[in-house]
Design a protein around this ligand. Structure first.
Ligand code: TTP
Ligand code: MG
Length: 396
């Protein structure tokens, strides 16, 4: 069955909220981030208004550089509580259109409106309604992509920002993708990008024209996945939190590795991402699973059920590490590892739902730490804060 998926993404989210609430900022370059301190500030830009983007300012840029590019801009500190409240209002509006709603960050969500088309109109009509609803009620603009799958909807929402609406009709997938640069394909990092460029592939249409097995030979699993995406194929369902079976992350090592320290560091990073995701979606897990693939592609999984539900690295990592140790033997060369949290439960109680926790005190401290980390990474990007053990050892 052909699906109708919407991707809704707010325009310049934090900056737009500030401009709405401070009419004197409207029409001006507005930079939300840490204190620029007259150009000597050491923090980064969270986001900026479209007026500021014209000067080359962007998210995750050092604030000192933003200052050089745009010294006459307005600089404000992020007000996370306010943005979280507005985010909640946006999600409640979206939830009024379908139960098939998957929030993926503070300002974006996927909706599967396949079942609503007859009642509420075409995908385009539903998208127009949602845009009007959000701007009428919250005085903020959203950009929406409408397409037969998540991948295309996400690209489409970005194409005509701000206040955009782009529809990819079924049958037009390949045509729509062909002229776009390959970095739009999920999973094309700088490394893979280089490999593809070297053999003369720059546009998605060029990838789509390569025989699938050639791309697979070149890039393995990634090649197969990229080829499918280049054809506009993406079967992943929109997963509302309640219906969601698991949250997790996996990674393939650049080079197969037998170094357990490398594996441990990667596992910690994956656990960190997974736990953060769980807190964002306000769920806790009872089951932890690890995935382990050797150089010969043989793949193993192991899982454990916890005595109590968890959503922090402190609780999940030791369990995941034990599971991985059970699968690793001296000399084993590892290609990929993953960690998944499942058996998910909504987390509504204020102490994080850990009523059975005997170590209340440590548990509370750990949650506090996790919340601070979440806050920092929301403001300054995922790379802004990490565990010291994840920083590669440098000379100094
Ligand atoms: P985005 O949707 O990526 O950016 P945006 O909404 O500001 O702008 P647009 O979508 O129109 O391009 O991120 C949503 C919010 O998340 C953003 O307003 C601020 C925050 N954010 C950070 O704090 N750091 C970052 O590096 C990024 C990308 C976003
Ligand atoms: Mg946005």
């Amino acid at each position: 069955m052909v699906r109708t998926i919407l991707h809704v993404d707010m325009d310049a989210f934090y900056a737009a909220v500030e401009q709405r609430d401070h009419p004197e900022y409207q029409g001006r370059p507005l930079i939300v981030g840490s204190d620029p301190k007259g150009g000597t500030g050491r923090g980064i830009v969270s986001t900026c208004s479209y007026e500021a983007r014209r000067f080359g300012v962007h998210s995750a840029q050092p604030i000192s550089q933003a200052w050089r590019l745009c010294p006459h801009g307005v600089y404000v500190f992020p007000d996370m509580n306010k943005y979280a409240d507005v985010s909640g209002m946006i999600m409640r509006i979206l939830a009024g259109y379908t139960d098939m709603l998957e929030q993926i960050s503070i300002d974006e969500a996927f909706l599967d409106v396949t079942g609503c088309r007859r009642l509420s109109g075409t995908g385009r009509e539903i998208a127009e309604k949602i845009k009007r609803h959000i701007s009428g009620e919250l005085r903020l603009t959203a950009s929406v992509g409408v397409a037969p799958n998540k991948f295309l909807a996400k690209i489409a929402s970005d194409l005509e920002k701000p206040d955009g609406l782009v529809v990819v009709n079924p049958g037009m997938e390949k045509e729509f993708l062909a002229p776009l640069p390959i970095r739009c394909l999920w999973g094309v990092g700088p490394k893979t990008g280089e490999v593809l460029k070297k053999i003369g592939l720059h546009k998605i249409g060029q990838i789509a024209a390569v025989p699938q097995h050639d791309l697979e030979r070149l890039l393995g699993d990634t090649g197969a996945r990229l080829w499918r995406l280049s054809q506009g194929i993406d079967d992943r369902p929109v997963e509302p939190v309640e219906g969601r079976k698991s949250i997790g992350h996996e990674m393939t090592f650049e080079k197969d590795t037998a170094d357990f320290d490398v594996i441990r560091a990667a596992l910690l990073e994956l656990t960190e991402k997974t736990a953060r995701r769980m807190r964002l979606e306000k769920v806790r897990a009872r089951t932890i699973t690890v995935k382990f693939r050797k150089e010969d592609f043989s793949t193993f999984t192991r899982q454990t059920t916890l005595g109590e539900t968890a959503d922090t690295v402190g609780k999940i990592f030791p369990v995941a590490l034990e599971l991985i140790k059970g699968l690793f033997h001296e000399g084993t060369r590892v290609r990929l590892i993953g960690v998944y949290a499942s058996n998910l439960q909504a987390n509504s109680s204020p102490d994080g739902g850990a009523q059975l926790d005997l170590f209340r005190q440590t548990s509370r401290k750990e949650r506090k730490l996790a919340e601070v980390v979440d806050d920092i990474s929301r403001r300054f990007g995922d790379r802004a804060i990490t565990r010291a053990t994840l920083i590669p050892q440098r000379k100094h």
